[in-house]
Write a protein that binds this ligand. Structure first.
Ligand SMILES: [Zn+2]
Length: 347
């Protein structure tokens, strides 16, 4: 799998929280050739199944009809992104908006955006606005009246950053939504690499993570795993004057999660991931994050509890229109997840 091409393909999709249909359809296309079964649950989570044995259909209403004769492992990468939602249309055609998920208004000035129907615009701000706040900003789609604007965009429509994916020096890329298209790409690559699974593997692409991890728990109830691995972006510790609230450095390998603000990983999962990475000579580093949460928290707390760990990808400038990460870290994360899935559980 070409990671950069996959990131470009995913970046061309639309997928703010709650509106994941477009990106989900693209992931179905990319995952289907490598999965034994694929389906979508009521929440909109996409589940691609791969396990040793006969092929079976995994679909909306028969999620747990057949229980496979192998331990169940759930991977989770959220496919939704943060976004902007129209709240009011001014008489002059400018669109007032709010954030969907955690967005820093200071990062938005002059950002090109696009709506699900292809309408494009840019973020502007009121005269005299001293510091960037959502209530002094607007999206300009070029409409000169409310009537004209309403032909293209309605209240409640969401927009995403319309910035490109480009290759930087070394093996780095810049793109919006590497949180979590980098994790989605890693999970797709792991699915492609996985030849002899030791588990019944569910590769789940979750919805609504950015608005409070709302998709992962229903997916975990549906797949009922004994083991879980979350694959998400993590904050980095390499900016000047960092306060070391995170530990991961881009380019230094797959980041094996120990904790984030939402959960502490199962210690045996952490040890197993480290051991497998060493054995397979996959570059790894520790991921300890004092801010932010991941779908791992929801999987960990499902039913009677799930042994859950995480494989993270260090991403700079998270939730801004231009995030930066290392392609090699995505590859390392994919290799580590595939290697874990091929190793018989010892606990
Ligand atoms: Zn994320």
């Amino acid at each position: 799998m070409d990671i950069i091409e996959t990131l470009k393909t995913l970046n061309a999709c639309f997928g703010p929280s709650g509106c994941e249909a477009d990106i989900r359809n693209k992931i179905v296309e990319l995952a289907e050739p490598f999965a034994d079964g694929i389906g979508t649950d009521i929440m909109g989570n996409l589940v691609a199944v791969k396990y040793a044995g006969t092929t079976r259909r995994y679909s909306d209403n028969n999620m747990n009809v057949e229980i496979p004769n192998a331990p169940r492992l759930m991977f989770a990468a959220h496919m939704d992104s943060v976004g902007l939602i129209v709240t009011y249309i001014e008489e002059n055609g400018l669109l007032r908006f709010a954030a969907v998920g955690l967005v820093d208004p200071a990062a938005l000035k002059g950002t090109p955006v696009r709506f699900g129907n292809g309408t494009v615009g840019t973020v502007g701000w009121d005269c005299g606005a001293e510091k960037p706040e959502f209530d002094s900003m607007f999206i300009d789609i070029g409409a000169s009246s409310r009537k004209e604007a309403e032909k293209l965009v309605q209240k409640g429509d969401m927009a995403v950053y319309d910035t490109p994916t480009r290759v930087l020096a070394g093996d780095f890329v810049v793109s919006p939504y590497l949180d979590n298209r980098a994790g989605v790409a890693a999970q797709l690559m792991a699915l492609e690499m996985l030849k002899k699974p030791a588990y019944c593997c569910y590769f789940v692409f979750t919805v609504q993570e950015e608005v409070g991890r709302r998709g992962a728990k229903p997916a975990a109830f549906g797949t009922d795993p004994q083991f879980g691995i979350v694959c998400d972006a993590t904050l980095t510790d390499d900016a000047p004057r960092t306060k070391h609230t995170g530990t991961a450095i881009p380019g230094k390998g797959a980041a094996i999660k120990i904790m984030d603000k939402s959960f502490i990983c199962h210690p045996e999962m952490v040890e197993a991931l480290k051991t497998i990475a060493d054995k397979k000579k996959i570059l790894w580093q520790a991921d300890v994050l004092q801010e932010g949460g991941t779908d791992g928290a929801e999987i960990r707390k499902t039913a009677g509890g799930v042994r859950t760990g995480g494989v993270s990808i260090p991403v700079r400038y998270v939730h801004s229109p231009q995030e930066v990460c290392s392609v090699k870290d995505i590859e390392a994360a994919a290799k580590l997840m595939a290697a874990f899935a091929e190793t018989k559980p010892k606990f």
